[in-house]
Design a binder for this molecule. Structure first.
Ligand SMILES: [Cu+2]
Length: 232
């Protein structure tokens, strides 16, 4: 075969492979998407204030997903008290957002220890189980919550391996893991800015069973990724 023909064949094969990978990624990130949850807004002297409650669970279980063993974020529906697997959240612009994350998952560790220092929230610190915390041990990280466009990032410490009464998977009747099972509680406050569509995601390679822990739920909206729909 002439060199020109070989090069052409290689170019065609590379293009085809690229297209297949592209379809695969867009399928994971869009088709397997999430409905948006409008977080109720309180008004404090004309200033919007929002309470956002989130769970991180090791597996969503049979009732929340076609992928029962996938790791995920869940959000609490403030009107029903039930947990939903929805990771696109509507928030008002220029609002104060009080966030509570209940983590029921164990530690995977950070690839980048820099992320162990919380940044971008009020005071650049978080409360871990009630204690003000300016950095966690990178090896204890279970997930991160990061909104790169807002400069917001924090690592969520995991439940100890030997902890009693661990939540195996989120499930009925409340949708998520029960508060009576082992968990860590992380609290912080941040401010939204101008209206926009802000991506948030986890940076811990927490997808067990996937290449380098970054496949499946790590790249799928509705599990370890989502958006903040900041509206005027
Ligand atoms: Cu994660």
């Amino acid at each position: 075969m002439r060199v020109g023909v070989k090069l052409l064949l290689v170019a065609v094969a590379v293009t085809a492979a690229g297209a297949v990978i592209g379809f695969y990624v867009s399928n994971l990130t869009t088709l397997a998407g999430s409905r948006s949850y409008s977080v109720p807004v309180q008004n404090a002297n004309g200033h919007p204030v929002v309470k956002l409650e989130i769970q991180t669970v090791a597996a969503v279980g049979p009732t929340l997903s076609p992928n029962p063993d996938w790791v995920s974020y869940l959000v609490k529906d403030q009107s029903t008290g039930h947990w939903k697997r929805e990771t696109v959240w509507d928030l008002p612009a220029h609002a104060t957002v009080h966030v509570t994350i209940y983590n029921f998952d164990g530690a995977s560790g950070l690839r980048n220890p820099y992320l162990a220092r919380p940044q971008g929230m009020v005071g650049n610190r978080i409360r871990v189980d009630g204690k003000p915390t300016e950095a966690i041990d990178p090896n204890d990280a279970s997930h991160t919550f990061a909104v790169p466009a807002l400069g917001l990032v924090l690592a969520i410490p995991g439940v100890a391996d030997e902890a009693k009464n661990q939540c195996e998977y989120a499930d009925a009747p409340i949708g998520g893991c029960a508060m009576s099972t082992a968990h860590r509680t992380i609290k912080f406050t941040f401010h939204t800015t101008t209206p926009g569509h802000y991506r948030w995601q986890c940076f811990v390679p927490c997808a067990a069973g996937w290449v380098y822990g970054f496949g499946g739920p790590m790249q799928t909206i509705g599990y370890m990724d989502g958006f903040l729909n900041v509206k005027a």
